[in-house]
Design a protein around this ligand. Sequence first.
Ligand SMILES: [Zn+2]
Length: 266
Amino acid sequence: MTKLMHVNCGTLRVPSFPTVVCHCLALQDDGGVVLIDAGIGLLDVQQPTDRLGTELIEAAGFQLNAHDTAIARLEAMGISCEQVRHIVLTHADPDHAGGLADFPEATVHIAAEELANLRSGHPRYVAAQFDHGPRWQTHDDSESTDWFGIPSRRLDCTCQAEVLLVPLPGHTAGHCGVAIGQDGKWLLHVGDAYYLKAELDDPNHPAGQLAAMRADDDNLRQSSLGTLRRLRDNHADTIEMIGYHDITELPAECIDWDESVPSEPA
Ligand SMILES: [Zn+2]
């Protein structure tokens, strides 16, 4: 049985918006630990202006705290860097990929389309976060397997639970969700397919408008949201769904600050 842990690996605060989190997952069993998304990294915290730049830090509202990184969170849970053998990335945006450098020996699973988008020099990505040379393992649609009607990609990551990359493109060209299956039930981490779950019910949600601006392809993003609505409406008994940024989807015990105290305006 694979133990599934929720881990907050970064916090983002923009004035007059709700605090958002970087909701990663850690899967642990005899085969080691698989990390789903890598959050903000220690180097981002230590060299923020060199790595991320002031403009991005202010626009995204990065809170730069060493304890708010995957490596520190896992260490606090008794998990060492060496135990993390695999990292699965939903996509390579800076709030998801910063922690990769803290686990240089891990195999990093990513959709082939996403790695191509990153290597194209697209300005949304932070090149310095990949300077250490991640051990990429790409997955393309030639390894498709049907997952609830979606051609998905099964990963071999020495984990007893099933782990699949589920293409949900639009936010970025190769953006994927990650489905984790065990005992006939699935947890689908949707990454940034929505920022806030309320977007599934409200097509005009302000977070959706921000997402539209940030999308590589907004038509594809809308179609991926439609896919999530279909899964929720037809398979709610089998599939639980969580996103990366919605603080209401992060278990309360992962929130180690007082959210009722307003932060200083930036
Ligand atoms: Zn994000």
